[in-house]
Design a protein around this ligand. Structure first.
Ligand code: ADP
Ligand code: GN1
Ligand code: MG
Length: 362
């Protein structure tokens, strides 16, 4: 954690008008460090988001920031207002980031006020609105010129994620394999279907698109007054991908009433009405560009991405919690168990989920 003085110094290298007042840690992300910073601008208090990029996770911070500059510029030109896309504050040297003396990269965004993100969704309306916003994000980027940098290569390559798990099992650096045998078996018994989307893409049945790739439901801001999904945030992983990576993670994070790390697995459940709301919301904005095979595999993507993130939590548990921030012992194992309970709930309802897609497509 940085001291106030350090944060004030970092902010002074950006073109933020006014006087620094205060800063506090903000949000519940697993990767970056986020602060809400307040400035006094001639008597008005204005907030900004200051973030330190995790350069262990993101190895090419300059390429990543260039992606975000292009994407936010494109969205701003299309939507024309400062609440429907993130707005970067330039640094005094003209870049949209600074690098501090320790090699850390920092950026500042305008703080989008009167909006909220939810770790667990409360209503089907919120699910509809969030999914519509993520679908619109994909739709708005279909005409972005050029190709974006892959900020994390093979980010959603599920077979490779399983191979990484197998590597962590072999190494067993913390001697934890014995405590996770059931979870390991859960993943390995589903290995065959894990390559489905990659194969469909290779065969030309589903195309590469520009996708967000981290559509956890707390990565969309919902307007506190209107209830509309207004802005997609957390753009570090925006890069070439498949539409399913985004829809799948919405199902993972938007359908269960339980938190991502819930220990009472009886509370973990894929609620069908929430799935229906996500599907209708996503199709309202993305339906026009999806092809029939993409439609068909939307329910499967919910299962696959939940299995994939669970696999990553499990591999990180075995590797000694080196990737995801943890807040208690066994946290990553708890997170993995929750994902696998959700996979089972999805599996039980897969026929019904597929039937709904067919009905919507008609
Ligand atoms: P992480 O990668 O760690 O998840 P995020 O970019 O998602 O980081 O930011 C963490 C939290 O900060 C978000 O869930 C959201 O609540 C809040 N947040 C991020 N950017 C903004 C913004 N521009 N305006 C308001 N809140 C924001
Ligand atoms: C991380 O940054 P955050 O907390 O939104 C992770 C996602 C995982 C998610 C699980 C770059 O997202 O891939 O799905 O945790 N982001 C990265 O909660 O690895
Ligand atoms: Mg986030």
């Amino acid at each position: 954690m940085k001291s106030l003085k350090e944060i004030r110094n970092l902010c002074s290298r950006f073109a933020v008008p006014g006087d620094f007042v205060s800063a506090e840690p903000y949000g519940s992300g697993h990767i970056n460090d986020t602060y809400a910073v307040t400035f006094d601008q001639a008597g008005s208090r204005i907030r900004y988001i200051l973030q330190r990029l995790n350069t262990v996770v993101f190895r090419d911070p300059v390429g990543l920031m260039e992606n975000i500059r292009r994407v936010t510029g494109h969205l701003a030109a299309k939507n024309g207002d400062s609440r429907s896309t993130l707005t970067l504050v330039p640094a005094l040297d003209g870049n949209v980031w600074i690098c501090d003396g320790d090699g850390n990269y920092w950026r500042i965004y305008l703080f989008i006020e009167h909006a909220k993100s939810f770790d667990v969704l409360e209503t089907a309306d919120q699910a509809y609105e969030a999914a519509k916003a993520f679908g619109k994000f994909q739709a708005d980027l279909t005409d972005l010129p050029g190709r974006l940098t892959e900020t994390i290569p093979d980010f959603h390559n599920t077979p490779k994620r399983i191979a990484q798990l197998e590597e962590a099992i072999r190494a067993d650096v913390c001697g934890r394999v014995r405590s996770a045998e059931r979870e390991i078996e859960f993943v390995l018994s589903r290995k065959e279907e894990a390559g489905t989307l990659i194969r469909l893409n290779r065969e030309g049945a589903i195309p590469e698109r520009i996708t967000h790739n981290d559509t956890k439901l707390n990565n969309v801001l919902i307007d506190t007054e209107s209830g509309h999904g207004i802005c997609v945030i957390d753009l570090d992983t925006v890069m070439p991908g498949l539409a399913h990576y985004d829809f799948g993670d919405m199902v993972r994070t938007g359908t269960s009433p339980a938190a991502e790390d819930e220990r009472d697995l009886s509370r973990v459940e894929m609620r069908f009405p929430m799935f229906e709301a996500l599907l209708r919301g996503y199709c309202a904005s993305a339906g026009a560009f999806l092809n029939p095979v993409e439609f068909e595999y939307l329910p499967f993507s919910g299962k696959l991405i939940t299995l994939e993130i669970g696999t990553r939590f499990l591999a990180d548990y075995l590797a000694g919690d080196i990737y995801f921030k943890i807040h208690r012992d066994g946290h990553n194992l708890d997170r993995a168990r929750t994902q696998f309970a959700l996979v089972q709930s999805i599996e039980r309802q897969m026929d019904r989920m597929n039937a709904l897609v067919r009905e919507i497509q008609k």
